[in-house]
Design a protein around this ligand. Structure first.
Ligand SMILES: NC(=O)c1ccc[n+]([C@@H]2O[C@H](COP(=O)([O-])OP(=O)(O)OC[C@H]3O[C@@H](n4cnc5c(N)ncnc54)[C@H](O)[C@@H]3O)[C@@H](O)[C@H]2O)c1
Ligand SMILES: O=C(O)C(=O)C[C@@H](O)[C@H](O)[C@H](O)COP(=O)(O)O
Ligand SMILES: [Zn+2]
Length: 353
Protein backbone atom coordinates (compact mmCIF):
# COMPACT_ATOMS: atom_id res chain seq x y z
CA UNK A 1 0.00 0.00 0.00
CA UNK A 2 1.70 3.18 -1.18
CA UNK A 3 2.17 6.13 1.19
CA UNK A 4 0.25 9.29 0.36
CA UNK A 5 1.92 12.60 -0.42
CA UNK A 6 1.03 15.50 1.93
CA UNK A 7 1.21 19.09 0.68
CA UNK A 8 0.98 22.01 3.10
CA UNK A 9 -0.33 24.43 0.49
CA UNK A 10 1.09 27.83 -0.35
CA UNK A 11 -1.30 28.17 -3.31
CA UNK A 12 -3.92 25.43 -3.21
CA UNK A 13 -5.51 26.17 -6.57
CA UNK A 14 -2.21 26.24 -8.46
CA UNK A 15 -0.88 23.18 -6.66
CA UNK A 16 -4.07 21.16 -7.16
CA UNK A 17 -4.31 22.15 -10.85
CA UNK A 18 -0.67 21.16 -11.41
CA UNK A 19 -1.16 17.82 -9.66
CA UNK A 20 -4.25 16.99 -11.71
CA UNK A 21 -2.55 18.09 -14.96
CA UNK A 22 0.19 15.55 -14.28
CA UNK A 23 -2.26 12.77 -13.46
CA UNK A 24 -3.51 10.29 -16.05
CA UNK A 25 -7.25 9.70 -15.51
CA UNK A 26 -10.44 9.65 -17.56
CA UNK A 27 -12.89 11.46 -15.25
CA UNK A 28 -12.69 13.41 -11.97
CA UNK A 29 -15.49 13.47 -9.40
CA UNK A 30 -15.72 15.79 -6.37
CA UNK A 31 -17.33 14.66 -3.10
CA UNK A 32 -18.63 17.31 -0.68
CA UNK A 33 -21.12 17.45 2.12
CA UNK A 34 -24.04 19.92 2.33
CA UNK A 35 -21.89 22.48 4.18
CA UNK A 36 -18.63 22.17 2.27
CA UNK A 37 -20.41 22.47 -1.08
CA UNK A 38 -21.48 25.95 0.07
CA UNK A 39 -18.50 27.03 2.20
CA UNK A 40 -15.51 25.34 0.53
CA UNK A 41 -16.29 24.31 -3.04
CA UNK A 42 -16.49 28.00 -4.16
CA UNK A 43 -12.82 28.35 -3.15
CA UNK A 44 -11.73 25.69 -5.67
CA UNK A 45 -14.45 25.51 -8.32
CA UNK A 46 -12.68 27.79 -10.79
CA UNK A 47 -9.69 25.44 -11.00
CA UNK A 48 -9.65 24.58 -14.75
CA UNK A 49 -9.54 20.80 -14.31
CA UNK A 50 -12.47 20.87 -11.86
CA UNK A 51 -14.82 22.50 -14.40
CA UNK A 52 -16.13 19.23 -15.85
CA UNK A 53 -16.07 17.27 -12.58
CA UNK A 54 -19.52 16.14 -11.32
CA UNK A 55 -20.07 17.17 -7.69
CA UNK A 56 -21.51 14.50 -5.38
CA UNK A 57 -22.98 15.95 -2.17
CA UNK A 58 -23.93 13.99 0.95
CA UNK A 59 -25.72 15.20 4.09
CA UNK A 60 -23.28 16.71 6.61
CA UNK A 61 -22.68 15.24 10.04
CA UNK A 62 -21.24 12.01 11.45
CA UNK A 63 -24.67 10.39 11.61
CA UNK A 64 -24.48 10.40 7.80
CA UNK A 65 -21.14 8.55 7.67
CA UNK A 66 -23.19 5.46 6.93
CA UNK A 67 -24.16 2.80 4.42
CA UNK A 68 -26.99 4.89 2.95
CA UNK A 69 -24.71 7.83 2.12
CA UNK A 70 -21.98 5.48 0.91
CA UNK A 71 -24.44 3.73 -1.39
CA UNK A 72 -25.50 7.10 -2.84
CA UNK A 73 -21.85 7.83 -3.70
CA UNK A 74 -21.41 4.42 -5.36
CA UNK A 75 -24.66 5.03 -7.32
CA UNK A 76 -23.49 8.42 -8.64
CA UNK A 77 -20.11 7.01 -9.66
CA UNK A 78 -21.73 4.01 -11.33
CA UNK A 79 -24.39 6.01 -13.18
CA UNK A 80 -22.09 8.84 -14.29
CA UNK A 81 -19.38 6.91 -16.06
CA UNK A 82 -16.72 6.42 -13.43
CA UNK A 83 -14.22 3.74 -14.41
CA UNK A 84 -11.31 2.22 -12.53
CA UNK A 85 -9.26 4.94 -14.26
CA UNK A 86 -11.28 7.74 -12.62
CA UNK A 87 -10.39 9.82 -9.55
CA UNK A 88 -12.52 10.90 -6.54
CA UNK A 89 -11.54 14.19 -4.87
CA UNK A 90 -12.82 14.41 -1.28
CA UNK A 91 -13.47 18.04 -0.27
CA UNK A 92 -14.56 18.13 3.33
CA UNK A 93 -13.90 17.14 6.90
CA UNK A 94 -13.16 13.73 8.29
CA UNK A 95 -16.67 12.49 7.58
CA UNK A 96 -16.14 13.17 3.85
CA UNK A 97 -12.55 11.94 3.71
CA UNK A 98 -13.39 8.76 5.66
CA UNK A 99 -16.48 7.88 3.64
CA UNK A 100 -15.11 9.17 0.32
CA UNK A 101 -11.90 7.30 0.94
CA UNK A 102 -13.86 4.08 1.49
CA UNK A 103 -16.05 4.75 -1.55
CA UNK A 104 -12.80 5.05 -3.52
CA UNK A 105 -11.40 1.89 -1.95
CA UNK A 106 -14.44 -0.16 -2.91
CA UNK A 107 -15.81 1.23 -6.18
CA UNK A 108 -14.72 -1.21 -8.91
CA UNK A 109 -12.35 -2.67 -6.28
CA UNK A 110 -10.56 0.67 -5.99
CA UNK A 111 -10.25 4.03 -7.74
CA UNK A 112 -7.69 6.66 -6.83
CA UNK A 113 -8.64 9.41 -4.37
CA UNK A 114 -7.32 12.85 -3.43
CA UNK A 115 -8.13 14.50 -0.07
CA UNK A 116 -8.64 18.24 0.39
CA UNK A 117 -9.40 18.54 4.13
CA UNK A 118 -11.53 21.51 5.17
CA UNK A 119 -11.65 21.04 8.97
CA UNK A 120 -8.87 21.12 11.53
CA UNK A 121 -9.72 17.50 12.40
CA UNK A 122 -9.28 16.36 8.82
CA UNK A 123 -6.19 18.49 8.25
CA UNK A 124 -4.20 17.13 11.21
CA UNK A 125 -5.63 13.63 11.33
CA UNK A 126 -8.53 12.26 9.29
CA UNK A 127 -7.37 13.09 5.75
CA UNK A 128 -3.91 11.65 6.38
CA UNK A 129 -2.92 8.02 6.95
CA UNK A 130 -5.41 6.05 4.91
CA UNK A 131 -7.93 4.91 7.54
CA UNK A 132 -11.26 5.05 5.67
CA UNK A 133 -14.73 3.78 6.49
CA UNK A 134 -18.19 4.31 7.92
CA UNK A 135 -19.98 3.87 11.21
CA UNK A 136 -22.13 0.71 11.37
CA UNK A 137 -24.28 -1.11 13.93
CA UNK A 138 -23.92 1.82 16.35
CA UNK A 139 -20.13 1.46 16.32
CA UNK A 140 -17.49 3.93 15.16
CA UNK A 141 -15.69 2.99 11.95
CA UNK A 142 -16.93 -0.61 12.17
CA UNK A 143 -16.63 -0.97 8.40
CA UNK A 144 -13.67 0.32 6.38
CA UNK A 145 -10.22 -0.26 4.95
CA UNK A 146 -6.71 1.08 4.90
CA UNK A 147 -6.66 3.00 1.59
CA UNK A 148 -4.43 6.08 1.40
CA UNK A 149 -5.22 8.86 -1.09
CA UNK A 150 -2.74 9.76 -3.82
CA UNK A 151 -2.23 13.14 -2.18
CA UNK A 152 -3.54 15.36 0.64
CA UNK A 153 -3.69 19.12 0.06
CA UNK A 154 -3.81 20.97 3.41
CA UNK A 155 -4.83 24.64 3.37
CA UNK A 156 -5.76 26.32 6.67
CA UNK A 157 -7.64 29.04 4.79
CA UNK A 158 -10.64 26.67 4.88
CA UNK A 159 -10.62 26.94 8.69
CA UNK A 160 -11.75 30.58 8.60
CA UNK A 161 -15.37 29.47 8.17
CA UNK A 162 -15.12 26.65 10.71
CA UNK A 163 -17.03 27.19 13.97
CA UNK A 164 -15.35 27.11 17.39
CA UNK A 165 -16.78 23.71 18.39
CA UNK A 166 -15.19 22.13 15.33
CA UNK A 167 -11.92 23.96 15.81
CA UNK A 168 -11.85 22.52 19.33
CA UNK A 169 -12.75 19.10 17.94
CA UNK A 170 -9.70 19.03 15.70
CA UNK A 171 -7.52 20.54 18.40
CA UNK A 172 -8.16 17.50 20.61
CA UNK A 173 -6.31 15.33 18.10
CA UNK A 174 -3.45 17.85 18.11
CA UNK A 175 -3.28 17.46 21.90
CA UNK A 176 -3.23 13.67 21.36
CA UNK A 177 -0.39 14.00 18.83
CA UNK A 178 1.48 16.21 21.30
CA UNK A 179 1.08 13.69 24.15
CA UNK A 180 2.30 10.73 22.10
CA UNK A 181 5.26 12.52 20.52
CA UNK A 182 7.55 14.85 22.53
CA UNK A 183 7.81 17.87 24.82
CA UNK A 184 8.87 19.92 21.74
CA UNK A 185 5.42 19.29 20.28
CA UNK A 186 3.54 19.21 23.62
CA UNK A 187 4.59 22.63 24.97
CA UNK A 188 3.47 24.90 22.07
CA UNK A 189 0.21 22.97 21.74
CA UNK A 190 -0.59 23.36 25.44
CA UNK A 191 0.39 27.06 25.37
CA UNK A 192 -1.72 27.98 22.31
CA UNK A 193 -4.68 30.21 23.14
CA UNK A 194 -7.54 28.89 21.03
CA UNK A 195 -9.58 32.02 21.82
CA UNK A 196 -7.18 34.34 19.97
CA UNK A 197 -6.96 32.00 16.91
CA UNK A 198 -3.69 33.19 15.40
CA UNK A 199 -4.09 31.46 12.02
CA UNK A 200 -0.52 31.74 10.80
CA UNK A 201 0.80 30.23 14.05
CA UNK A 202 -1.94 27.58 13.91
CA UNK A 203 -0.63 26.72 10.43
CA UNK A 204 2.73 25.87 12.01
CA UNK A 205 1.11 23.77 14.72
CA UNK A 206 -0.94 21.94 12.05
CA UNK A 207 2.18 21.13 10.05
CA UNK A 208 3.89 19.84 13.21
CA UNK A 209 0.87 17.74 14.17
CA UNK A 210 0.36 16.15 10.77
CA UNK A 211 4.08 15.32 10.71
CA UNK A 212 3.67 13.35 13.96
CA UNK A 213 0.95 11.25 12.32
CA UNK A 214 2.81 10.84 9.03
CA UNK A 215 5.87 9.53 10.85
CA UNK A 216 3.90 6.90 12.78
CA UNK A 217 1.86 5.82 9.74
CA UNK A 218 5.05 5.40 7.69
CA UNK A 219 6.34 2.96 10.37
CA UNK A 220 3.12 0.95 10.70
CA UNK A 221 0.59 1.68 7.89
CA UNK A 222 -1.90 -1.04 8.91
CA UNK A 223 -1.84 -0.55 12.71
CA UNK A 224 -0.14 -3.81 13.60
CA UNK A 225 1.87 -2.06 16.33
CA UNK A 226 3.03 1.50 16.98
CA UNK A 227 0.21 3.04 14.94
CA UNK A 228 -1.98 2.18 17.96
CA UNK A 229 -0.34 5.28 19.50
CA UNK A 230 -2.62 7.37 17.27
CA UNK A 231 -5.54 5.67 18.99
CA UNK A 232 -4.65 7.03 22.42
CA UNK A 233 -7.84 8.39 24.01
CA UNK A 234 -10.03 6.48 21.57
CA UNK A 235 -10.78 3.21 23.38
CA UNK A 236 -12.91 5.13 25.89
CA UNK A 237 -13.39 8.16 23.62
CA UNK A 238 -15.15 6.15 20.90
CA UNK A 239 -17.41 4.58 23.55
CA UNK A 240 -18.33 8.07 24.79
CA UNK A 241 -18.96 9.11 21.16
CA UNK A 242 -21.17 6.11 20.35
CA UNK A 243 -23.12 6.52 23.63
CA UNK A 244 -23.74 10.17 22.76
CA UNK A 245 -25.28 9.08 19.45
CA UNK A 246 -27.49 6.52 21.25
CA UNK A 247 -28.60 9.32 23.60
CA UNK A 248 -29.36 11.58 20.58
CA UNK A 249 -26.89 14.16 21.91
CA UNK A 250 -24.10 13.51 19.35
CA UNK A 251 -20.64 14.52 20.53
CA UNK A 252 -18.23 15.82 17.92
CA UNK A 253 -15.43 13.28 17.49
CA UNK A 254 -12.75 15.49 18.99
CA UNK A 255 -14.88 16.33 22.02
CA UNK A 256 -15.31 12.60 22.63
CA UNK A 257 -11.56 12.15 22.22
CA UNK A 258 -10.92 14.97 24.72
CA UNK A 259 -13.08 13.12 27.25
CA UNK A 260 -11.33 9.87 26.38
CA UNK A 261 -7.94 11.52 26.91
CA UNK A 262 -8.92 12.42 30.49
CA UNK A 263 -9.89 8.82 31.30
CA UNK A 264 -6.93 7.27 29.51
CA UNK A 265 -4.42 9.71 31.02
CA UNK A 266 -5.82 8.65 34.41
CA UNK A 267 -5.14 5.01 33.49
CA UNK A 268 -1.70 6.07 32.21
CA UNK A 269 -0.95 7.66 35.59
CA UNK A 270 -2.24 4.70 37.64
CA UNK A 271 -0.75 1.90 35.53
CA UNK A 272 2.24 3.38 33.69
CA UNK A 273 3.43 6.21 35.94
CA UNK A 274 2.35 9.15 33.78
CA UNK A 275 3.30 12.18 35.93
CA UNK A 276 0.52 13.57 38.14
CA UNK A 277 1.47 17.20 37.39
CA UNK A 278 1.17 16.61 33.62
CA UNK A 279 -2.18 14.84 34.17
CA UNK A 280 -3.43 17.90 36.08
CA UNK A 281 -2.02 20.29 33.44
CA UNK A 282 -3.82 18.54 30.55
CA UNK A 283 -7.07 18.28 32.51
CA UNK A 284 -6.91 22.00 33.36
CA UNK A 285 -6.48 22.81 29.64
CA UNK A 286 -9.30 20.48 28.55
CA UNK A 287 -11.67 21.84 31.24
CA UNK A 288 -10.92 25.37 30.04
CA UNK A 289 -12.07 24.68 26.49
CA UNK A 290 -14.22 21.53 26.30
CA UNK A 291 -17.76 21.27 27.69
CA UNK A 292 -18.45 18.30 29.98
CA UNK A 293 -19.93 15.15 28.45
CA UNK A 294 -22.76 14.12 30.77
CA UNK A 295 -23.27 10.43 31.61
CA UNK A 296 -23.87 8.44 34.82
CA UNK A 297 -22.67 5.17 36.34
CA UNK A 298 -25.88 3.64 34.93
CA UNK A 299 -24.21 4.01 31.48
CA UNK A 300 -21.04 2.14 32.51
CA UNK A 301 -22.07 -1.34 31.36
CA UNK A 302 -23.17 0.01 27.97
CA UNK A 303 -19.90 1.95 27.65
CA UNK A 304 -17.86 -1.12 28.61
CA UNK A 305 -19.74 -3.19 26.02
CA UNK A 306 -18.93 -0.58 23.37
CA UNK A 307 -15.23 -0.79 24.30
CA UNK A 308 -15.33 -4.56 23.76
CA UNK A 309 -15.81 -3.83 20.02
CA UNK A 310 -12.64 -1.74 19.77
CA UNK A 311 -10.50 -2.81 16.79
CA UNK A 312 -7.28 -2.87 18.87
CA UNK A 313 -8.71 -5.71 20.98
CA UNK A 314 -7.67 -9.37 20.78
CA UNK A 315 -10.31 -11.90 21.79
CA UNK A 316 -12.01 -10.77 25.02
CA UNK A 317 -9.09 -8.57 26.06
CA UNK A 318 -9.55 -4.80 25.74
CA UNK A 319 -6.20 -3.41 24.57
CA UNK A 320 -5.38 0.14 25.62
CA UNK A 321 -2.69 2.47 24.42
CA UNK A 322 -1.32 4.25 27.50
CA UNK A 323 1.56 6.65 28.29
CA UNK A 324 4.40 6.46 30.83
CA UNK A 325 5.37 10.05 30.04
CA UNK A 326 4.86 12.48 27.12
CA UNK A 327 6.22 10.54 24.14
CA UNK A 328 6.51 7.24 26.04
CA UNK A 329 3.83 5.03 24.40
CA UNK A 330 2.79 1.65 25.79
CA UNK A 331 0.52 -0.25 23.36
CA UNK A 332 -1.59 -3.36 24.06
CA UNK A 333 -1.99 -2.61 27.76
CA UNK A 334 -4.55 -4.95 29.35
CA UNK A 335 -6.80 -3.08 31.77
CA UNK A 336 -9.29 -4.72 34.16
CA UNK A 337 -12.95 -3.71 33.97
CA UNK A 338 -12.87 -2.24 37.51
CA UNK A 339 -9.99 0.08 36.50
CA UNK A 340 -11.85 1.17 33.35
CA UNK A 341 -14.92 2.05 35.44
CA UNK A 342 -12.62 3.96 37.82
CA UNK A 343 -11.27 5.92 34.84
CA UNK A 344 -14.82 6.93 33.92
CA UNK A 345 -15.45 7.95 37.56
CA UNK A 346 -12.32 10.09 37.28
CA UNK A 347 -13.64 11.89 34.19
CA UNK A 348 -16.96 12.62 35.92
CA UNK A 349 -15.24 13.84 39.10
CA UNK A 350 -12.81 16.01 37.05
CA UNK A 351 -15.68 17.62 35.14
CA UNK A 352 -18.05 17.83 38.12
CA UNK A 353 -20.84 15.62 36.75
N1 LIG B 1 -9.46 8.32 9.30
C1 LIG B 1 -8.88 8.86 10.35
O1 LIG B 1 -7.69 8.67 10.63
C2 LIG B 1 -9.69 9.79 11.21
C3 LIG B 1 -9.02 10.61 12.14
C4 LIG B 1 -9.81 11.48 12.92
C5 LIG B 1 -11.18 11.54 12.76
N2 LIG B 1 -11.77 10.71 11.83
C6 LIG B 1 -13.22 10.76 11.60
O2 LIG B 1 -13.50 12.08 11.10
C7 LIG B 1 -14.84 12.43 11.48
C8 LIG B 1 -14.82 13.81 12.14
O3 LIG B 1 -14.25 14.70 11.20
P1 LIG B 1 -14.63 16.26 11.30
O4 LIG B 1 -14.47 16.70 12.69
O5 LIG B 1 -13.88 16.95 10.25
O6 LIG B 1 -16.20 16.23 11.04
P2 LIG B 1 -17.09 16.58 9.74
O7 LIG B 1 -16.45 16.12 8.49
O8 LIG B 1 -18.45 16.09 10.06
O9 LIG B 1 -17.08 18.21 9.72
C9 LIG B 1 -17.62 18.90 10.84
C10 LIG B 1 -18.68 19.90 10.40
O10 LIG B 1 -18.03 21.02 9.76
C11 LIG B 1 -18.57 21.23 8.46
N3 LIG B 1 -17.45 21.78 7.68
C12 LIG B 1 -16.43 21.11 7.13
N4 LIG B 1 -15.51 21.97 6.65
C13 LIG B 1 -15.98 23.23 6.92
C14 LIG B 1 -15.48 24.53 6.70
N5 LIG B 1 -14.28 24.75 6.15
N6 LIG B 1 -16.25 25.59 7.09
C15 LIG B 1 -17.45 25.38 7.68
N7 LIG B 1 -17.96 24.16 7.95
C16 LIG B 1 -17.22 23.11 7.56
C17 LIG B 1 -19.07 19.89 8.03
O11 LIG B 1 -20.06 20.02 7.04
C18 LIG B 1 -19.64 19.37 9.35
O12 LIG B 1 -20.93 19.91 9.56
C19 LIG B 1 -15.35 11.34 12.41
O13 LIG B 1 -16.17 10.45 11.71
C20 LIG B 1 -14.07 10.63 12.85
O14 LIG B 1 -14.31 9.27 13.16
C21 LIG B 1 -11.06 9.85 11.05
O1 LIG C 1 -4.97 7.13 12.21
C1 LIG C 1 -5.14 6.38 13.21
O2 LIG C 1 -4.62 5.25 13.33
C2 LIG C 1 -6.03 6.82 14.30
O3 LIG C 1 -6.34 6.08 15.22
C3 LIG C 1 -6.55 8.23 14.21
C4 LIG C 1 -7.79 8.49 15.07
O4 LIG C 1 -7.73 9.85 15.51
C5 LIG C 1 -9.08 8.33 14.27
O5 LIG C 1 -10.19 8.74 15.05
C6 LIG C 1 -9.32 6.93 13.70
O6 LIG C 1 -10.41 6.96 12.83
C7 LIG C 1 -9.68 5.95 14.80
O7 LIG C 1 -9.40 4.71 14.27
P1 LIG C 1 -10.23 3.39 14.69
O8 LIG C 1 -9.38 2.33 14.10
O9 LIG C 1 -10.28 3.39 16.21
O10 LIG C 1 -11.59 3.49 14.10
ZN1 LIG D 1 -9.73 10.39 16.30
Amino acid sequence: MSEQKVVICQDLKAELQAFLADLDYDKLFVLTDTHTVEQCYPLVKDIPLLQEAPVITVEAGDTHKNLESLSSIWMRLSNEGATRHSVLLNLGGGMVTDMGGFAGATFKRGIRTINVPTTLMASVDAAVGGKTGINFNGLKNEIGSFYPPLCVFIDCEFLRTLDRANILSGYAEMIKHALISSMDVYLPVMLYDIDTMNYSYLNQLVAQSVAVKEDIVAQDPKEKGIRKALNFGHTIGHAYESLSFQQNKPLLHGHAVAAGLVSELYLSHKLCGFPKEKLSQVIYYLKTYYPAFFFTCKDYDQLYELMRHDKKNEGDVINFTLLGQVGDVHINQHVEKEQILEAMDFYRESFGI
